[in-house]
Write a protein that binds this ligand. Structure first.
Ligand code: SF4
Length: 364
């Protein structure tokens, strides 16, 4: 059966037309940041970086949830696994280095750590288990509504041995931190498709108006990305800064109100630390009083020493778009997917992993 839908979004003729329009109208050097690990991966997978005019630079931002999780948070998760608990986590987190070890090594040493595909699987473990089950909640606005729905279900079913380590992070405050930083120059944002399905256009309108930076919510197919870039360049060349939606087949201006409602039922925004950024106000999700019984902190006092960052790893600068992965001295030398030094090389959405996998460093 012919996959017409996918074919249309990968049509080489349309790609050529978009590229020629970009080349025709683009006059000034621009740095466009994609704020989503899936965009980073697909830019590499379809070789888009090498097709664009040299003065149109694509840089990756803090779009990988595992990568922006701090070493201290990883240490706390590892420490938690030393307790008499079942720790449930997404697979991506297993190899992320903490100060001294990672979850994978802890599991090999006997810790009860299970890889699950959703927070509901973790709740399922708690229903079958007498031991406490802790789900490691790492993710952006895309993941948080499902985790919140799981917590609501746990409350309804009076599950007493289930809790969540909330390391969730919110994307717009991180984008605001990037554009308000004096040492970073970002001319436009390729806004994340999945996150935007939930949050809609409004948060980007605020950013575009306040910081005069164009924002385009973009889908993930190669033509989506090229069209999103063209929309940004059109704005930049005309001196405009608006928030627009390229990914109209999935994103509504108001977002997904039901998902937002579920998330707001359980969590409220609070300050959070991000790898490379430090504290970003109102960029995390903390438990509301009515759901505190599911906060891991209500059950365990997790104390860890000061975190030790991986030696010479520049993940923090990669996540801020300050450098691109090949500018890290360890890239493709000491640090490779088989021997990752930092999370950006571990995660399937990490920039260093994307550059390495698609050999983008050769054209960077
Ligand atoms: S190449 Fe490795 S060490 Fe360097 S920034 Fe990327 S993950 Fe960190």
């Amino acid at each position: 059966m012919k996959l017409r839908y996918i074919d249309e979004f990968r049509d080489p003729e349309v790609a050529r037309r978009l590229l020629s329009e970009i080349k025709k109208i683009s006059r000034r050097p621009v740095r466009l940041m994609e704020v989503c690990g899936t965009h980073t991966m697909n830019i590499g997978r379809y070789g888009l970086r090498g097709l664009l005019p040299h003065h149109v630079q694509l840089i990756s931002g803090p779009g990988c949830p595992v990568c922006v999780t701090t070493t201290k948070e990883i240490d706390m998760m590892i420490k938690l696994a030393e307790e008499d608990v079942t720790v449930a986590t997404f697979g991506d987190l297993m190899r992320v280095p903490g100060s001294h070890t990672n979850l994978n090594h802890q599991r090999a040493r006997g810790a009860d750590i299970r890889v699950v595909y959703s927070s509901f699987d973790a709740l399922g473990l708690a229903l079958k288990n007498l031991k406490p089950v802790v789900f490691l909640g790492v993710g952006f606005e895309t993941t948080a509504p499902t985790v919140a729905a799981t917590i609501i279900e746990a409350k309804k079913r009076r599950v007493r041995n289930f809790s969540v380590f909330s390391a969730h992070k919110l994307i717009p405050p991180a984008m605001e931190a990037l554009v308000s930083s004096p040492d970073l120059r970002i001319d436009g944002f390729i806004c994340p498709g999945h996150v935007s399905v939930i949050i809609g256009l409004r948060p980007y309108k605020v950013l575009a108006e306040r910081y005069k930076v164009p924002c385009v919510i973009t889908g993930f197919e190669p033509l989506d990305i090229l069209q999103g870039i063209l929309m940004l360049i059109k704005q930049i060349e005309k001196g405009k800064a608006k928030a627009e939606i390229q990914y109209t087949r999935a994103v509504k201006e108001e977002g997904n109100w039901k998902a937002k409602e579920v998330m707001e039922e359980v969590f409220s925004p609070c300050d959070a630390n991000w790898r490379g950024f430090g504290l970003i106000p109102q960029s995390g999700l903390c438990f509301k009083e009515e759901y505190k019984e599911f906060d891991v902190n209500s059950h365990f006092d997790i104390k860890v020493d000061e975190a030790k960052e991986p030696l010479s790893c520049r993940c923090g600068d990669v996540l801020k778009g300050k450098i691109i992965p090949p500018q890290c001295p360890l890239f493709a030398k000491v640090c490779r997917p088989a021997n990752p030094i930092g999370p950006c090389m571990v995660s399937s959405e990490g920039s260093c992993a994307a550059y390495y996998k698609y050999r983008d460093w050769e054209i960077a």
